[in-house]
Design a protein around this ligand. Structure first.
Ligand code: SF4
Length: 431
């Protein structure tokens, strides 16, 4: 089966260095990619089954979103998964494995004539390599035998492939800048993306270095709101609910730890946050987390810098990703960053010890499994706009990126009701 467009049967791809060390953990994987997910089957693979292996058609489901691999109702994995390995690959060979299964966790995009391959943090093995590996976030040329049947061209009009790549590289450098905190790096990224929005795409390669150099002069003053951490938790719950996210054990553990750290519990039927009984109430929970974070933050900074770089690379920011323009994409990236940061803060021990690498991987990967695979930006953006987080000043406040932050600078505290009986303190619409 012809699976690439190279003249000699091989295609040249600019591949992310992190992928050089990637090996699928197969039966040792903590969160197998086809558990709870329906792997989409591309038309050429469905046609191959029809003509050359009709018995495999029994493993397909034809749904409203297209043809997918059927899931086993007991294990909730693909019916062809056997002992952690793909039964189709084993019995029929790689050519019979559909593009989604063959390429995951890799994502391939086209910048004009150039092909770029990156990777998703929703795979635990990639999350481990991306967050703790030595490889930088750079791409280099590799010859590959197979390409996905559909590869989206994301090059903005008026840019050459080299210029398009240089814009992404500018944002990657901003994200990884070790002289700034990761929070400031995120705010700078949002500010530069907002400014790019006012330029025609053909000028982005020329404008990006200047906008990065001068970004500090244009940052908005932070506007914090004491309700933000609880709103972030509700926004996460709303997105998981709307996406019908299967919420496996790893996601639930991450979410429950966030609830406990913020001294609340989500009531699923009413979508309200209830105060948890305990010595620390919801009003005091985040200021306490912030104090603990002061010790943990220097050790967590490299992880958050690498998270930002991984997300920029996998979404080819600002050219692609969820959202229709750089400003919307920066908003979504910024709130995801805030969510991951809050989740990591929630896992800091009472003595200020940061989470260990396996816990960090579980937090990042379980959130990426939901957030990196939302198909539509509208719900995310409507929640974020309602909270005001689309404005740079509010995003900066959300990320505590203000000099001399103190609890009393947060403005009026929201009122939480007593712990017993449990009562709703906040709701969010998922309509
Ligand atoms: S999630 Fe990653 S490591 Fe796990 S089975 Fe899928 S590709 Fe392999």
């Amino acid at each position: 089966m012809a699976r690439n467009d190279g003249v000699d049967g091989l295609a040249e791809v600019q591949r992310l260095a992190v992928l050089e060390d990637f090996v699928c953990a197969a039966e040792r994987c903590e969160d197998t990619c086809c558990r709870g997910w329906s792997m989409v089957v591309d038309d050429p693979t469905a046609s191959l089954y029809r003509h050359e292996a009709p018995e495999l058609e029994e493993a397909l489901d034809h749904t409203a979103v297209g043809t997918v691999m059927r899931r086993d109702c007991t294990s909730d994995t693909c019916v062809k998964l056997t002992a952690g390995l793909c039964g189709i690959q084993k019995q029929y060979g790689t050519a019979f494995v559909n593009d989604s299964c063959h390429f995951y966790p890799r994502i391939t995009r086209r910048l004009g004539a150039e092909l770029h391959m990156s990777a998703f943090l929703s795979c635990p093995s990639i999350a481990r390599l991306a967050l703790f590996g030595e490889r930088p976030f750079v791409h280099s040329g590799h010859r590959v035998e197979r390409l996905p049947n559909k590869v989206r061209d994301i090059l903005p009009e008026g840019l050459t492939p080299k210029e398009g790549a240089s814009v992404i590289e500018g944002f990657l450098a901003l994200a990884g800048d070790p002289t700034s905190s990761p929070e400031r790096a995120m705010v700078r990224i949002a500010c530069v993306a907002q400014s790019l929005q006012h330029q025609p795409p053909a000028r982005w390669a020329e404008a990006t270095p200047f906008l990065i150099d001068s970004v500090e002069d244009r940052l908005a003053t932070a506007e914090a709101d004491a309700a933000d951490p609880h709103r972030l938790l509700l926004a996460l719950a709303a997105l998981a609910h709307a996406a019908q996210h299967p919420s496996g054990e790893r996601f639930q553990e991450t979410f429950r730890t966030m609830e406990k750290a913020l001294a609340v519990r989500l009531e699923p039927s009413s979508f309200a946050l209830m105060r948890l009984p305990g010595p620390v109430g919801p009003d005091d929970a985040y200021p306490r987390l912030r104090e603990l974070w002061q010790d943990a933050a220097p050790r967590m900074a490299p992880v958050l810098h690498r998270w930002l770089q991984a997300e920029i690379d996998s979404s080819a920011f600002p050219h692609a990703g969820l959202g229709s323009n750089p400003a919307e994409r920066a908003t979504i990236l910024g709130i995801r960053f805030a969510t991951v940061r809050l989740a990591l803060m929630s896992h800091v021990a009472d003595d200020g010890t940061p989470p260990d690498p396996d816990t960090i991987v579980r937090v990042v990967q379980s959130l990426a499994r939901l957030l990196d695979h939302l198909a539509e930006p509208e719900l995310s953006l409507s929640i974020y706009r309602e909270a005001g987080w689309h404005r740079e000043a509010r995003l900066r406040g959300l990320l505590d990126d203000a000099p001399g932050w103190a609890g009393d600078a947060l403005g009026p505290r929201r009122q939480f009701l007593p712990p017993s009986p449990a009562v709703p303190v906040s709701t969010i619409s998922t309509a």
